[in-house]
Design a protein around this ligand. Structure first.
Ligand code: ZN
Length: 230
């Protein structure tokens, strides 16, 4: 967004003139409205947008799109997100930040080590089934604390308190496949979740009809880059 338009908005805000759709007459807002009038696009177009945003973030060149009053007004009545990002709860892996996006762009579903149970699966299915969202990204990440804790518990045969043991149980197959190597386990768990979603009863027909893709990614805490795993 140009300095000129930001300045214009500041002036309008100061004058109390920006309310509801008033700003939609502005050039940039008009462009955004046109953009959202299009459908959510193809799975590959959605993945390209996420990759572009992640490149900006990794290069310390984020533009923080869709985080202003005009965008809020634009999506207040209807949303058309183009991806579901399924990521860990980790405080360093916030999807809107690592893909440099704003409001109305993606649905985010987060659980420890992106583990899935029926409620989480329902949250993931919502986008494709109800909003025609064309892409699901399962995002594992470097030095995942949940995977590390689970590997530790499985290695020493200890039980974690409360509901934490459920996470450990869910990660056991990845632990066994990775022979205890934590980084391998993170990657294997991510591709296991991708496989689980690809065979999901509600999602599989959409994938077969090429309306939906499920991809897996690995986020590096060190570089900020997402690399594709599946
Ligand atoms: Zn994690």
């Amino acid at each position: 967004m140009s300095e000129k338009i930001i300045d214009r908005r500041k002036v309008l805000l100061a004058a109390g003139l920006v309310a509801g759709g008033v700003l939609l007459d502005g050039g940039v807002a008009h462009g955004l409205a046109r953009d959202s009038a299009r459908r959510a696009g193809t799975p590959d177009e959605a993945w390209a947008k996420l990759r572009e945003g992640n490149r900006r973030w990794a290069a310390d060149a984020s533009v923080h799109p869709h985080q202003d009053l005009a965008r809020r007004a634009e999506v207040a009545q209807k949303q058309q997100p183009y991806a579901v990002v399924v990521s860990c709860i980790d405080s360093r892996v916030a999807p809107e930040i690592v893909f440099d996006l704003g409001v109305g762009d993606i649905l985010t579903v987060r659980s420890a080590a992106q583990t899935i149970d029926p409620l989480v699966a329902g949250a993931i299915e919502y986008g494709p089934a109800e909003l025609d969202t064309p892409l699901i990204v399962v995002l594992g990440h470097q030095r995942c604390g949940a995977v590390t804790a689970a590997a530790d518990a499985l290695k020493h045969g200890t039980k974690l308190p409360g509901h934490l043991q459920r996470i450990v149980d869910d990660l056991r197959p990845a632990y066994e496949q990775a022979h205890g190597d934590v980084d391998k386990m993170i990657r294997i768990n991510t591709t296991n979740v991708v496989a689980e979603l690809r065979s999901d009863k509600l999602l599989a027909p959409r994938i077969a009809a090429r309306k939906l893709k499920v991809v897996g990614g690995y986020y590096s805490l060190d570089t900020g880059k997402v690399t594709r795993l599946a």
